[in-house]
Design a binder for this molecule. Sequence first.
Ligand SMILES: C[S@@+](CC[C@H](N)C(=O)[O-])C[C@H]1O[C@@H](n2cnc3c(N)ncnc32)[C@H](O)[C@@H]1O
Length: 283
Amino acid sequence: MAMAIQPGTSIAAVQAGLPLDPLENRILLCHATGLTRVQLITQGDRPLTPDEAARLDDLVARRLRGEPIAYIVGRREFFGLDFQVGPAVLIPRPDTELIVELALERLPQDRLPQNTPRLLDMGTGSGAIAVAVAHTRPDTAVTALDVSPDALAVAQANAAANGARVRFLHSSWFDALAAGEMFDVIASNPPYIAAGDDHLAQGDLRFEPVGALTDHADGLSALRTIIAGSPRHLVPGGWLLLEHGYDQAEAVRALLADAGYTEVQSWCDLAGIERVSGGRFAH
Ligand SMILES: C[S@@+](CC[C@H](N)C(=O)[O-])C[C@H]1O[C@@H](n2cnc3c(N)ncnc32)[C@H](O)[C@@H]1O
């Protein structure tokens, strides 16, 4: 879908003529030119160079093919922090800030050196949950794991760029954890879309790693595995927090209750949808 943006056209004229919404026009123009938002305005009369025009043409074509803007620019803001993203990782969603807030509220608050809080993020992807917690509560020993080595490389870069201390493990769920390794909070946003769900073929999801989206089963299989395995790694009274699909809260609460968790409940996201469910394990 070639646009053929003409070099020599002023930045302001190009911005007004791009076929995307105004926010996306601005983001892609900034990315193509290296200018800030303010410079786009103050340099509005400056003509685009041939290199800038070619770059912008390519970026706009990718967006028109449906590629998420976060992959095109390689970045996404989450919990006030800047994250590198790419095709190896799910793009962190604003809804996932809820599980970060719930986890932070449930970490021990006394901040005594002998009581180092411990949090485990299972299926860390870009590192969103782990890095946000470690950045906000640097006294917490944060462990993050993922089955995808490529995702772990992105998460490691994000921890370093945000000055967050996180221990990363290459692991399929609990496999690489030592027996007896205990956490105050286990948080996870696992793949929860059922195999064959129409959403997998729509919008941004078409570009995201399939192993981050679907469990290739009924949508609950990763959630079941995490619910079954967490009691062996939770301190007495520790919390398991699980992000899940818009229609899975009741099923997840039932799985938690059947497995012996207490204080089982769900919390709503910004759209009022039950998005996170969790409970404590008393032992
Ligand atoms: C929905 S994404 C969540 C990414 C990130 N935590 C977030 O909230 O943006 C699920 C993640 O789980 C990982 N995953 C899938 N199967 C796994 C397994 N068996 N063990 C560990 N991680 C797994 C995927 O690679 C992916 O990074």
